[in-house]
Design a protein around this ligand. Structure first.
Ligand SMILES: [Zn+2]
Length: 246
């Protein structure tokens, strides 16, 4: 089976050897592509280097809502985006841990995504009322909501705006009822899977981007599809998402 990890931070492994080991395990598990997401100017260079080293990596550059904006960051971001076929991300709204000004930074990055015709990789926590408004104003060519945590009922509104929805291996947890209901509510052509490596390890499951296989297993179960069908569906969706890069 072939998988695509739609959201991780490969640059955040404590050492190169741990990152390389995670990539070897991912390859062995059938993960053939991934979006590796930067979070601030401090890691964009590493993300770019990784994408040159591993052909399956599509780099993403963005200022995450938890990180402070340094002088000149938006110009540097545009420069990084021009250096490789890439997405804008990880960017977003965070009503719990977002820094002051993060909403303006998010809007500026959505405008940049629109200007450069790049898909956006979006983090949204406790800001589900504000998000559609900002997306309607900016209209990026495509966007994905990583680790979708909104209501199942909001998926139709967001899908109409062009959203892709990404889910991780926590889908396997039967206590995550809202998350599992949201997965079922998402239009199948907009469904993506992610590991958020190196952070989200599920005990007893492979770690790193290979964990996307555990997300696929859980999603297939919830949707009544074979793992093969689910892997093919989400890989095709990821290819459509990346095709929006111009
Ligand atoms: Zn992330």
């Amino acid at each position: 089976m072939k998988y695509f990890d739609a959201h991780n931070h490969l640059q955040s492994y404590p050492s190169d050897s741990e990152g390389d080991a995670a990539m070897a395990a991912a390859e062995a598990a059938g993960v053939e592509g991934m979006l590796v997401c930067g979070t601030s100017p401090a890691d964009w260079g590493t993300v770019l280097e990784l994408s040159l080293r591993y052909p399956g990596i599509t780099p993403c550059f963005g200022l995450h809502p938890w990180f402070a904006a340094e002088e000149g960051w938006l110009d540097r971001l545009e420069e990084f985006l021009s250096r490789a076929p890439s997405c804008v991300g990880e960017i977003g709204l965070d009503g719990l841990k977002g820094l002051p000004g993060h909403e303006e930074n998010f809007a500026a990055q959505l405008a940049l995504a629109k200007k450069l015709k790049r898909p956006a990789v979006i983090h949204c926590v406790k800001s589900w009322g504000k998000l559609p408004e900002l997306l309607r104003a900016a209209r990026p060519p495509a966007f994905m909501l990583h680790a979708y945590g909104g209501a199942p009922e909001q998926t139709a509104e967001l899908a109409a705006l062009g959203a892709y929805f990404s889910f991780g291996p926590e889908l396997a947890d039967p206590k995550r009822e809202k998350l599992r209901a949201a997965l079922v509510a998402v239009p199948r052509g907009r469904l993506l899977l992610e590991s958020e490596a190196p952070e989200k390890n599920v005990p007893g499951r492979p770690a790193g981007p290979a964990a996307v296989a555990a997300a696929a297993e859980a999603a297939a179960d919830l949707l009544g599809l074979s793992e093969d069908e689910l892997a093919g569906l989400t890989l095709g969706n990821a290819e459509n998402f990346i095709r929006e890069i111009q």
